[in-house]
Ligand binder design. Structure first.
Ligand SMILES: CC(C)(COP(=O)(O)OP(=O)(O)OC[C@H]1O[C@@H](n2cnc3c(N)ncnc32)[C@H](O)[C@@H]1OP(=O)(O)O)[C@@H](O)C(=O)NCCC(=O)NCCSC(=O)CCCC(=O)O
Ligand SMILES: Cc1cc2nc3c(=O)[nH]c(=O)nc-3n(C[C@H](O)[C@H](O)[C@H](O)COP(=O)(O)OP(=O)(O)OC[C@H]3O[C@@H](n4cnc5c(N)ncnc54)[C@H](O)[C@@H]3O)c2cc1C
Length: 665
């Protein structure tokens, strides 16, 4: 038997873990059977030699990277098909599908990404049964590859401002798609550049000169045999970006392109042969795919962070620097409490959003069932939750991914650490699927509406039910329940103050719109505060629920993280709490001590906690974060892959440097 070689620092760390790592992995995977299934798929995927990169992606040209990503996407599709994986990729019907870790074989995203995440879900969500039957099968077999083309050069946020038109021609029973201006060109859809041959186009429907709002159309853009753009279709790639460079985001314009009437997805709204429009029960149903994707982003954000924190904590355990005590060797940098302060909150935040994402997914599935029988009552609350949790998960996790990168010092700046790429794909979540400020304003709109209705006696929806409580001052209480209560007070305080400002501004003569704009900094604060109260509440209640079934050792460490999360947020938001609750300086002093004690308590479990995320080396893709902890050896091996290291002297020396040295330039 050959013994696995592991850096002694990591061996030591693993020996201090107080809980069963596998038990936590199973919990994060939503069940032992899900862990087993995930690992079985990973075994398959990572054994396919075509899915391995010979040369690191960052040394390839833009074109080569794209071609490599296509090659890998095709092999991945094939192996997943053989493995029988459909869930998660095509239709997330189960939350266990969230940990599709094999997707990390694309450091910068797959050009097939939108096929799985939005094209197919839109067919399923917006098509009527006949359309689903036709298009879903074709997409499932990859006979057609599609994307979701909504954003235009001129408008992404303001969907009502989209300019792409779909004009119905009842004589031929066709829609005519047209891009009337440069700003109406679609811009951003993943895979659109050179990969997809179909797409969902969100366009303004017009019948006999009358507008009927944005509707989804399924449009063929390239020939299925030659892949040439069809007549009247202008399509290409938008160029290099901060990240997503292998996603092949594209542009698209139409010059009077005709598509059959039945290519409008007609589950909710219909256009009859003679041009009669039947409106959906709720016009916002056309925005359904966005709600679904926002819900799933909460999990993606948590996942990116959990990868970054695994890398940073493992590296911090093997990296030694400076002196803590003069006569002792250089300590592991993880022994510096400032380092623990940067990183342990990353573990807790990742747990918080992961457990919240599972809860939110259940809320979404429940709503779907109700929607199927014509009940849309919960849509406003779901929309507000999806917007707000998308925002705070993406911004918190991205901030912490960057913190992980910085916590690795210079080596965290290496592409081979994979931290820069993780930051790139993570920060994209702050922009796509609804820019974060805009999503907070949507949340605020729902909160203000609920507040005003509430003041007229209407009941609050479950996540806003605490609005009904009188905001009477009470003694500060540092228990979890007490802190949650305090954050709810902050949320009530900020919302009530925003509403007062709105009322004052309108009383002073401003229009409702100008009053809203003037108070909007307060409004996004109120929206964020509601989101914080929701996450604190759900994270705690989910861990209390799981705490009843897991071992006492795991329960204890899960609660250490919940406490860390609560106390960290309390110290971060001290200003708000001082304003809206009875928090005193004395309480802050004791909370700081509590925080320092918690860091100390979590320290022996730090490596165990990140091991429990169960990211194999192929998933982490990082010189700094490998399971064995041999960071320096890996850094050197990767550096030797630089094409510049293939020859001792580069030709530019003879061409430029030498003439310069000899004064012969
Ligand atoms: C900002 C808004 C919400 C404004 O929309 P609007 O029609 O102008 O709305 P309004 O007239 O102000 O009315 C608001 C009203 O509509 C409701 N509403 C808005 N959105 C939804 C929804 N999704 N579900 C359910 N309800 C929704 C709001 O709550 C308002 O309701 P109310 O009037 O207050 O009762 C919208 O334009 C929007 O969602 N913009 C963001 C665009 C976006 O998310 N694009 C995503 C493109 S795809 C993408 O990025 C893919 C990336 C994926 C990847 O690469 O992986
Ligand atoms: C990596 C990536 C992938 C993408 N993939 C797709 C895709 O597959 N398909 C697709 O259709 N789209 C896609 N998009 C587009 C994306 O959805 C939009 O970029 C996003 O919704 C933001 O819209 P915008 O670009 O118009 O930003 P803008 O709205 O122009 O935002 C610019 C600034 O204006 C502010 N602002 C705008 N409106 C308001 C307001 N009402 N109140 C206050 N402030 C406001 C914003 O807060 C922001 O600070 C992608 C984008 C990225 C970055």
């Amino acid at each position: 038997m050959t013994l696995k070689k592991v850096n002694p620092d990591l061996e030591k760390e693993r020996s201090t873990c107080t809980f069963n790592i596998e038990e936590l992995t199973n919990l994060l995977d939503t069940g032992a059977h899900c862990t087993a299934e995930r690992r079985a798929v990973e075994d398959k995927v990572f054994s396919v030699k075509e899915l391995k990169d010979e040369i690191p992606d960052e040394f390839l040209s833009h074109k080569e990277r794209y071609e490599n990503a296509i090659r890998k996407s095709v092999f991945l599709h094939k192996v997943l098909q053989e493995t029988g994986v459909k869930r998660g990729v095509y239709n997330r019907s189960d939350k266990s599908d969230f940990r599709t870790t094999y997707y990390s074989i694309f450091k910068d995203g797959s050009p097939f990404m939108l096929q799985y995440s939005m094209f197919v879900p839109t067919i399923l969500g917006q098509g009527d049964s006949e359309q689903v039957e036709l298009w879903y099968k074709r997409a499932l077999n990859m006979e057609i590859i599609g994307t979701y083309a909504q954003t235009e050069l001129g408008h992404g946020t303001f969907i009502r401002g989209l300019e792409t038109e779909a004009v119905y021609d009842e004589k031929t029973e066709e829609f005519i798609l047209n891009s009337p201006s440069l700003s109406s060109y679609k811009w951003w859809p993943g895979g659109l550049g050179h990969t997809t041959n179909y797409c969902i186009v969100m366009a303004q429907l017009k019948i006999k000169g009358k507008p009927y709002g944005m509707q989804p159309f399924i449009v063929q853009i390239r020939d299925e045999e030659t892949h040439m753009p069809l007549p009247g279709v202008k399509v290409g790639e938008i160029g290099a970006k901060l990240a997503f460079n292998t996603v092949n985001n594209g542009f698209l314009g139409f010059e009077h392109v005709r598509i059959p009437r039945r290519h409008m997805l007609m589950r909710f709204s219909q256009v009859s042969k003679d041009g009669k429009f039947t409106s959906s029960a709720n016009p916002k149903l056309a925005y359904g795919t966005m709600v679904m994707v926002r819900v799933t982003i909460v999990n993606s954000a948590a996942t990116y962070l959990s990868r970054a924190v695994t890398i940073a904590i493992r590296y911090s355990a093997v990296r030694h620097q400076s002196k803590l005590k003069q006569n002792e060797p250089e300590p592991q940098i993880l022994d510096y409490v400032t380092q623990q302060h940067k990183l342990f909150i990353g573990i807790a935040t990742s747990h918080a959003y992961m457990f919240c994402s599972y809860w939110l997914w259940d809320v979404y599935v429940m709503y779907q069932k109700e929607q199927n029988v014509g009940n849309f009552d919960r849509l406003p609350e779901l929309h507000a939750l999806a917007c707000c949790l998308k925002v705070i998960s993406s911004s918190d996790c991205t901030g912490l991914v960057e913190k992980c990168r910085m916590s690795c010092g210079g080596h965290g700046f290496m592409m081979s650490s994979n931290l820069p790429q993780l930051y790139g794909i993570s920060t994209a979540t702050c922009t796509y699927e609804g820019e974060n400020t805009v999503m907070l304003l949507q949340t605020a709109r729902a909160l203000v509406k609920a507040w005003e209705l509430g003041s007229r006696g209407r009941p609050f929806s479950p996540t806003m039910s605490y609005f009904a409580e009188k905001n009477v001052p009470s003694k500060w209480d540092s228990s979890l329940e007490g802190i949650l209560n305090a954050f709810q007070k902050v949320s009530i305080g900020k919302l009530s103050s925003s509403v007062s400002s709105l009322q004052e501004y309108t009383k002073s003569g401003l229009s409702a719109e100008d009053a809203w704009n003037k108070a909007s900094v307060q409004l996004i604060g109120a929206a964020e505060a509601w989101g914080r109260a929701v996450v604190l509440s759900i994270y705690k209640s989910e861990i209390e629920r799981y705490g009843q079934t897991v071992s006492p050792a795991l329960k204890s460490v899960l609660f250490d993280l919940v406490e860390l999360y609560y106390v960290h947020l309390t110290l971060e938001k001290m200003g708000d709490l001082l304003l809206y609750t009875q928090l005193s300086e004395k309480d802050v002093v004791s909370l700081r001590k509590k925080y320092e004690d918690l860091l100390e308590k979590i320290r022996p479990n730090a490596i165990g906690l990140v091991d429990a995320f169960d990211y194999r080396d192929e998933v982490l893709n990082s010189t700094l974060g490998s399971y064995d902890g041999f960071a320096y050896e890996r850094l050197m091996t990767e550096a030797m892959k630089s094409p510049l290291n293939a020859e001792p002297v580069n030709q530019s020396f003879h061409k430029y440097i030498k003439p310069l040295m000899k004064g012969k330039l």
